[in-house]
Design a protein around this ligand. Structure first.
Ligand code: IMP
Ligand code: MG
Length: 182
């Protein structure tokens, strides 16, 4: 385990089981659709989850990327969402989009993005998150696909960062408070 971690919350094996289950749910829900299924990875935190998830889905699937910012270098939200990289494709009315997020905290990112994509004329939008911290919710947001509900702790690894660090850890762990509280 990395020395900056309090403990491991989800091991590689547990993550694999969770993602296998979500992929099966997506296969079940989209197998009959005549639209194009697009997994929309929200950079950068979702990149590891997305990579594993897409390999396990058996229905035809396309991928795309957006980047938004809601946080600075720290652990607290600012409440505002900026689109840094937008979706460029023109056939959105032919797309069933599943937004793939690393974690839902206040809920603002997924809430804003869902509304934004509907305004752009997407055929359907659903949300999928690896981790969910419901205790932190500030807006009414329930993700359609949830990997694991976790306690209100700051977690890193498997794509999630603190100050751009720890993204490459193959598991999810709770960051020691002394790392970000000085
Ligand atoms: P929300 O808009 O408040 O739901 O924030 C979601 C985003 O905040 C996630 O995509 C993460 O980038 C970031 N975030 C929230 N909680 C954590 C955490 O515990 N560790 C790392 N990033 C987090
Ligand atoms: Mg993120």
């Amino acid at each position: 385990m990395h020395k900056d971690l309090e403990r491991i919350l989800l091991s590689e094996k547990e993550l694999d089981t969770i993602i296998t289950r979500i992929a099966a749910e997506l296969d079940r829900d989209y197998s009959g659709s005549d639209k194009r299924l697009v997994l929309l990875c929200i950079l950068k935190g979702s990149v590891v989850f997305m990579g594993e998830l897409m390999k396990k889905i058996t229905v035809p699937v396309e991928i795309d990327f957006m980047r938004v910012s809601s946080y600075g270098a720290g652990t607290e939200t600012t409440g505002s969402i900026n689109i840094i990289l937008d979706l460029l494709r023109k056939d959105l009315d032919q797309c069933d989009i599943v937004i793939v997020e690393d974690i839902v905290d206040s809920g603002r990112t997924l809430s804003h993005l869902t509304k934004y994509l509907k305004l752009k004329g997407v055929h359907s939008v659903r949300t999928c998150t690896l981790l969910d911290k419901p205790e932190r919710r500030e807006v009414d947001l329930v993700a359609d696909y949830v990997g694991s509900v976790i306690p209100d702790e700051f977690v890193v690894g498997y794509g999630l960062d603190y100050d751009e660090k720890y993204r490459a850890l193959p598991y999810v762990g709770i960051l020691k408070r002394e790392v970000y509280e000085k």
